[in-house]
Design a protein around this ligand. Sequence first.
Ligand SMILES: NC(=O)c1ccc[n+]([C@@H]2O[C@H](COP(=O)([O-])OP(=O)(O)OC[C@H]3O[C@@H](n4cnc5c(N)ncnc54)[C@H](O)[C@@H]3O)[C@@H](O)[C@H]2O)c1
Length: 309
Amino acid sequence: MKILITGGAGFIGSAIIKGLQQQNNEIFVIDNLSFGKRSFVNIPDTHFYEEDILNRQEISLIFKTVQPDIVIHLAAIHFIPYCNKHPFESSQINIQGTANVLDAIADNNINVKKVFFASTAAVYPITDGLISETNPTGPLDIYGLSKLTGERLCNEFHLKTAVPTIICRFFNAFGPNETNPHLIPEIQKQLLNGTRTIALGNLTPKRDFIHTYDMARAVQMLLESDFNGIDTFNLGRGIEYSVTEIVEAFERQLGEKIVVQIDPARVRKVERMHLLADVSKLKSIGWVPEWDIDRGIKTLLDQEVNLNV
Ligand SMILES: NC(=O)c1ccc[n+]([C@@H]2O[C@H](COP(=O)([O-])OP(=O)(O)OC[C@H]3O[C@@H](n4cnc5c(N)ncnc54)[C@H](O)[C@@H]3O)[C@@H](O)[C@H]2O)c1
């Protein structure tokens, strides 16, 4: 299969590509390298387009040239504090950029067999229990709103083209090649600097952390599934961990005590206390997560030489 991945040089994209390459797919990437790194993906330069998804004409031309069988659209501005600081830039990329990618398929009548869109748990409002795909949406921030709009664009695209379309709401990813200063890479970075006293913000909020290896397997299974319409899936681990529990997981792997100091600059004034995926729909297609938090954190600490955070 020819698979074209926007944002493929990013954190999650690089994990997905590794999995797809093991199945002998031919991978093409569009990425402007604003957050991603060329070195994260092992594909020839002829298959790597360093391009901005806002450049509508160029994107259309790339799709006409590549004629992909499958399109995985990941390119986005994703780090919420960055989106809050740059609401117009991030929403333009996440909305107009998504429209450009979908139009490049529709307007050129490209014979695409499946489209995969990376959405986010940030489309959901604050909720304390398990969140299933049928929960009402209600984003808290510009990032969640821009991704929800991306989902609507996918709906319109599917109605127009009938191309099978998968919307996948990612929860909190962790693993190698992180590009943004999220909680786990932040702890990883401070510990790998040699300190055992780390500075963090709120310690009680819980998040559903899923390793990118398991995410990549889920994406692969969804792409392989026999399905024709448009559907939405949560992609998380189905277990939530507080910040304190994540620190404890690092302690277990280090075999050392970690002292946490609260840095007022990192404390969010308004915070979701829970974000937990109901992943029963994804599990119903046969996906089972394999990496638990300890195994994932162990590899992050083993990986000092490859530290990219
Ligand atoms: N990391 C998470 O926990 C998480 C959670 C929910 C959803 N997501 C979504 O998953 C996708 C991948 O996220 P990630 O964590 O790998 O982030 P990332 O920033 O590492 O990857 C995004 C990639 O898109 C590229 N990009 C950004 N703007 C672009 C533009 N205008 N044109 C071309 N390329 C552009 C970046 O260079 C980067 O390589 C995103 O759509 C994100 O919103 C991620």
